[in-house]
Design a protein around this ligand. Structure first.
Ligand code: AMP
Ligand code: MG
Ligand code: MG
Length: 332
C-alpha cells in the first residue's frame, strides 16, 4: 500500500521506517541462521561489528535514501555501509503501513530539516555471545554467562531515530527476536513513537510501585557506572545489553530507570529510544539532566552518559541523586 504523498513527511518517514526496520530484522535473523557472522573489532575487543550490522545498515540507508532523498542519514557502521547500493533497496510500500498521526508542530517538516540516526543492530556484544552459545550447542557456554544464550537474543534491536532542530522527535525500535522462544507466536515486534503524538506496536505498562528497578549495561560497566547506580538506591539492578532493549524495559514496566554513567553510548543508540520513551511520557537526558543534541554536526558520542526514566518517574529527583564526582568525571 503506497503512502499518500500529501501526508506529513514525518508520518511517512515513521511508517516507512517501521517497514524497513522489520525487513532489516529479517536480514539479521538470516545471517545468524547461516552462521557466517564475519566479526571485526572496531574501537576495541568490546566493540564489535558483524555482517548482520553491516547488511542491516546497507538495507536501511539505501531504502530510506531512495524514499527520502533529501534527509541526512547517519549510520553507526563504516563508510562502505553508508553508500547507497541499489541491490539492497527494500520498498517499504510492499509492507502494510502503520497509520502515524503527526502533531501540528511537526506536520510541516521538510526532508532537508530532518536528521536520521541509524543503529542497524544494537546489542552486538549480546548477539555475538548468543551466536557463540548456539554454535557450541549450549555446551558449557551458557554456564559461563549469567543468563542463557537464548534470552540474550532479546537484547538485540534495530534503531531508527528521527531528529528535527536537534531534538529526537520520532523513533522506531524493532526487536527481531521477540517471541522466538514462543513457537507459533509472531516473530519480532516493532514499536514506534512520535513525541507529542502516539506510540504504537506494544502495550505500555507502568513499573511496579514500591520498588526501584534500575537497568544498566552488562558489557560496558565501570566504577562510575556502579557509583551512579548505588546512589539512586535501587531495589533491583537488571544488567542487560543494548540501549534499545533497556528503554523497552522502561516501556514494558520492567524497570523504572536506565542509568549509564559512562561515555560509550552514541547518538544512534539514544535517538530512537528517546523519541519512543518521550512519546510514552518518559524522559531521557544525559546523566546531568541536560538534553542530548541530535544535530547532524553533534559529536557522535554521548560523552556525558545517559539517564532515562519511565513515565511517571521524577527524573529530576534522580538527576540530583547522581554523585557530583560521577558528573564531574563525564566531560562534554
Ligand atoms: P550497553 O548498555 O553496554 O549494551 O551499551 C549500549 C550501546 O552503547 C551499545 O550500542 C554499545 O555498543 C554502546 N556502548 C556503550 N559503552 C560502550 C563502550 N565502552 N564502547 C563501545 N560502545 C559502547
Ligand atoms: Mg548500539
Ligand atoms: Mg549497533
Amino acid at each position: 500500500m503506497a503512502l499518500a504523498q500529501n501526508m506529513p513527511v514525518l508520518s511517512r518517514l515513521v511508517s516507512s521506517s517501521v517497514a524497513i526496520a522489520n525487513h532489516a530484522g529479517g536480514i539479521i535473523r538470516e545471517i545468524l541462521k547461516k552462521g557466517e557472522l564475519g566479526i571485526v573489532e572496531k574501537e576495541n575487543a568490546r566493540d564489535l561489528q558483524t555482517e548482520a550490522d553491516r547488511a542491516a545498515q546497507r538495507c536501511i540507508i539505501s531504502s530510506l535514501s531512495k524514499c527520502f532523498p533529501k534527509i541526512t542519514i547517519i549510520g553507526e557502521e563504516g563508510e562502505e555501509e553508508t553508500q547507497v547500493t541499489s541491490g539492497k533497496i527494500f520498498d517499504p510500500d510492499l509492507m502494510p503501513a502503520v497509520n502515524v498521526k503527526c502533531p501540528s508542530n511537526l506536520s510541516s517538516l521538510e526532508e532537508e530539516e530532518i536528521v536520521v540516526w541509524v543503529d542497524p543492530l544494537d546489542g552486538t556484544a549480546e548477539f555475538t555471545q548468543a551466536f557463540e552459545c548456539l554454535q557450541s550447542g549450549h555446551q558449557g557456554v551458557c554456564k559461563t554467562l549469567e543468563t542463557t544464550c537464548a534470552s540474550l537474543l532479546d537484547h538485540v534491536t534495530v534503531l531508527i531515530g528521527i531528529a528535527y532542530s536537534g531534538k529526537a522527535v520520532g523513533g522506531i525500535i524493532h526487536q527481531p527476536y521477540f517471541n522466538y522462544q514462543n513457537p507459533g507466536a509472531e516473530l519480532g515486534r516493532t514499536v514506534w513513537g512520535v513525541v507529542g503524538g502516539d506510540v504504537g506496536g506494544m502495550p505500555l505498562v507502568s513499573p511496579p510501585e514500591g520498588k526501584l528497578i534500575v537497568t544498566t549495561t552488562r558489557s560496558h560497566s565501570s566504577s562510575t557506572v556502579n557509583d551512579a547506580i548505588s546512589a539512586v538506591s535501587p531495589t533491583e539492578v537488571l544488567r542487560v545489553g543494548g540501549a534499545g532493549h533497556k528503554v523497552m524495559l522502561l516501556l514494558e514496566g520492567k524497570a523504572h530507570l536506565y542509568v549509564f554513567a559512562s561515555p560509550g553510548c552514541k547518538k544512534w543508540d539514544t535517538c530512537a529510544p528517546q523519541a519512543v520513551l518521550e512519546a510514552a511520557g518518559g524522559v531521557l537526558t544525559d546523566i546531568k539532566g541536560t538534553p542530548i543534541p541530535y544535530y547532524s554536526t553533534a559529536p557522535h558520542r554521548n560523552s556525558t552518559g545517559v539517564l532515562a526514566s519511565a513515565a511517571g518517574i521524577p527524573h529530576d529527583e534522580y538527576v540530583n541523586k547522581i554523585p557530583q564526582h560521577v558528573k564531574d568525571n563525564l566531560k562534554a
